[in-house]
Every structure is written in structure tokens, then in C-alpha cells.
Ligand binder design. Structure first.
Ligand SMILES: Nc1ncnc2c1ncn2[C@@H]1O[C@H](COP(=O)(O)OP(=O)(O)OP(=O)(O)O)[C@@H](O)[C@H]1O
Ligand SMILES: Cc1ncc(C[n+]2csc(CCOP(=O)(O)O)c2C)c(N)n1
Ligand SMILES: [Mg+2]
Ligand SMILES: [Mg+2]
Ligand SMILES: [Mg+2]
Length: 332
């Protein structure tokens, strides 16, 4: 039986109001703006990332997973700054033919991850678009005043560390498109899941305060993002490709010749935390890795100069294609 239609205001009142958790800042999603009380002794950390169907996710991806990816890519930026999530604002442009079941599943996914990450929706905007589904989430976080982590804190001599594994997201896109049928079904499922559902390192980020020099999350590709960190810090970096952690599925994809190691270093969609720390902190980083049950791998070091050099297992410089994702390069 067809579900009753869900219009703009029913969507907000019935599907989004429950996601506020009754937080006073949201004002029941029935005011012009949200009002968030200041927290003494804290800095407010604000970040926004948008996602567009066909650009960030596949148009036919399940609506609950689209919503959860949107939450996770934004919490990944907060985590990289050492911040804890407080609240979210959602701007959504739905195609005119969106269905009620689709919207219900989207809201259910949103609710699931708000619960997982203990945060709430406090406002947003809902519009229709003649184009593809376009979503924007603003994440508000908090960190002890002056303690938030920056891309600009790397020093010459620091070790470079990365959480988790690199390359699963970009391989996962190919897996989700059915392009990796040479791999086992379980590898395909693992990789596609990593693409559709990043694991933001929310437990790690706040624990890096006092340990990390510089920190950022990797979304556009390891080499390109490390380049951003280096530019912000006024340093250069050298990484050893053989030290970059790969999942077993990604290792099998490389061994089968389905992808090169160099392209995994520039693929993007990783949502891991890239940070630097002085060599004296290596023991503490290893202890944190064990405590959080999260791999933290030393992949290189910071040096004087500029730019990122990636060295392959043969000692030769790797060329990771363009280094990473770039949305456009507008010409005349
Ligand atoms: N349209 C914009 N207006 C203002 N600032 C922007 C805009 N786009 C990006 N920025 C700023 O540029 C910087 C880098 O943004 P970028 O989106 O590359 O970082 P990111 O979110 O960590 O990466 P990704 O988008 O790949 O997840 C941030 O300070 C961001 O706030
Ligand atoms: C369907 C589809 N095609 C390509 C990609 C790859 N991709 C798109 S945006 C981006 C960088 C992060 O986004 P942003 O910089 O906008 O935050 C990457 C790696 C994808 N995820 N889905
Ligand atoms: Mg961004
Ligand atoms: Mg981001
Ligand atoms: Mg980021």
C-alpha cells in the first residue's frame, strides 16, 4: 500500500523534530534560527561538508547510508581538530520526485548515527531541486579553549602517523560499481561498505590533544592532504609507501593488479586521521593505538623544505597520479 505523501513541513515536524532529542537549542525546529548556549572554557569548532549524488555517493545508494555518510564525513573533520560533536545543521535539496519511503529511510539513518555519535539536529533548511540530491551538513563541536588541533602544527623531525587503513574508500567505490568482480564477494562487500560508511575517528581525535603537532583528516587523498598539512606548517614530508597501512582486501586488490599502491595513496574517501608527533611521543602513540584498538601507523617524517615525496619499496619516488581529488579546475 502506498504511503501518504510527506510534504516539506511534515518532513520537518514528523521526521526531523525527533532528531533534535528535545535539545533546547533546536527550539522544536519551529523558529527562524537555533540558539546554542556558550560553554565557558571551550572553543566552538565549526565545519561544513556537502555531498552531491553522483559526486560523493552513488545515486542509488540506500538513503539511510547516504545520511550516515553525511554525518560521518563531517564528524571526521571535528575529530581531526580534537573536538567532540555538539550539534548539527542540515541543508537538504531533494529532487522533486523523492518518495516518502525514501525520506523516512533517510531520516532513520540520520537518527541512527546521531544516536551512535551522541549528537542532535538543531536546525537546517529543506528545498527542492531540479538537479541531483544535494546535502550539506554543518557540524558544531567543542574543544577546551585553545587546545584544538591545527594543520599548521607540524615541526621538522616529527613523525607522520595515519589511523586505520588507506585506500579502502576509493577501492570501495569501484567495488560498489561492480568493477572488482575479480575479488571475492567478502572483499567486495568489505570495500563497498567502507566507501558507503566511513568510520570517523571520533575516539582518537580528542586523545591527540597534547600528543599531536598537526592533525587533519584525509578525505581527498593521502598525498594531497599531507601536502595541505605541509603547506599550512611550512614544512615538507617524506613518506614510505610500504609503511602505509592497507586492509587485507586492499592488499589482495594490489596483488591481483586491480589497482596500484600509488593510486591508493591519492584515491580519497579515507576519512582517517593524519597527524604528526615528535619521535619522543612514539611510545604514547603506540599505547593509544592499543587502548583504542585502532591501528596507528608511522608512515614517514617531516623535513625542511616543501612538498610531499612518496618513496616506493624499490627506493624510487612514486608518482601518485594527481595526488588527490579536486572538484574542478575552472577555465575561461
Ligand atoms: N565555499 C567556501 N567558503 C569558505 N570557505 C571554504 C569554502 N570551501 C572550503 N572552504 C575552506 O577551505 C578550507 C579547506 O576546505 P576543504 O573542504 O578542502 O577541507 P576538508 O573539509 O577538510 O576537506 P574535504 O572537503 O575533502 O572533506 C577550510 O578552511 C574550509 O572552511
Ligand atoms: C560517485 C563518486 N565518485 C567519486 C567519488 C570520489 N570523491 C568525490 S568527492 C571526494 C573528496 C571528498 O569530498 P569533498 O572534498 O567534497 O569533501 C572524493 C574522493 C565519490 N566519493 N563518489
Ligand atoms: Mg570540506
Ligand atoms: Mg571534510
Ligand atoms: Mg578535513
Amino acid at each position: 500500500m502506498a504511503e501518504p505523501p510527506v510534504d516539506e513541513f511534515a518532513l520537518i515536524a514528523e521526521l526531523f523534530v525527533p532528531l533534535t532529542g528535545g535539545h533546547p537549542a533546536a527550539r522544536g525546529l519551529s523558529d527562524d534560527a537555533a540558539f546554542l548556549a556558550d560553554q565557558p572554557g571551550c572553543d566552538t569548532v565549526l565545519t561544513v561538508d556537502a555531498m552531491v549524488a553522483g559526486v560523493h555517493f552513488l545515486p542509488d545508494d540506500p538513503p539511510d547510508l547516504i545520511a550516515r555518510k553525511l554525518v560521518r564525513v563531517n564528524l571526521s573533520d571535528l575529530a581531526a581538530k580534537g573536538a567532540e560533536p555538539v550539534a548539527l545543521l542540515l541543508a537538504a535539496a531533494f529532487p522533486q520526485d523523492v518518495t516518502a519511503p525514501w525520506l523516512r529511510a533517510f531520516a532513520a539513518g540520520l537518527g541512527q548515527d546521531l544516536a551512535t555519535y551522541r549528537t542532535v539536529l538543531i536546525g537546517g533548511d529543506t528545498v527542492a531541486t531540479p538537479g541531483p540530491l544535494t546535502l550539506s551538513l554543518t557540524a558544531i563541536g567543542r574543544v577546551a579553549a585553545g587546545q584544538g588541533l591545527a594543520r599548521s602544527g607540524a615541526s621538522v623531525g616529527d613523525d607522520i602517523w595515519i589511523s586505520g587503513t588507506i585506500g579502502d574508500g576509493s577501492l570501495g567505490l569501484r567495488a560498489a560499481r561492480g568493477e572488482l568482480s575479480a575479488l571475492s564477494d567478502s572483499d567486495v562487500a568489505f570495500l563497498a561498505d567502507r566507501y558507503r560508511l566511513p568510520r570517523p575517528r571520533v575516539a582518537l581525535g580528542p586523545r591527540l590533544i597534547g600528543l599531536a603537532g598537526a592533525s587533519m583528516d584525509v578525505s581527498d587523498g593521502l598525498v594531497q592532504d599531507l601536502g595541505h598539512l605541509c603547506r599550512a606548517s611550512g614544512v615538507g614530508a617524506r613518506i614510505e609507501a610500504g609503511l602505509v597501512p592497507l586492509s587485507d582486501s586492499a592488499k589482495r586488490a594490489v596483488a591481483a593488479g586491480l589497482v596500484t599502491l600509488a593510486s591508493l595513496l591519492s584515491g580519497g574517501d579515507d576519512y582517517e586521521v593524519l597527524f604528526t608527533a615528535s619521535p619522543e611521543a612514539a611510545f604514547a602513540v603506540a599505547a593509544l593505538s592499543a587502548e583504542l584498538d585502532l591501528p596507528l601507523s608511522k608512515i614517514g617524517s617531516i623535513g625542511a623544505g616543501t612538498g610531499v615525496v612518496a618513496i616506493g619499496s624499490d627506493g624510487q619516488t612514486l608518482d601518485p597520479a594527481q595526488g588527490g581529488w579536486r572538484h574542478f579546475r575552472a577555465g575561461s
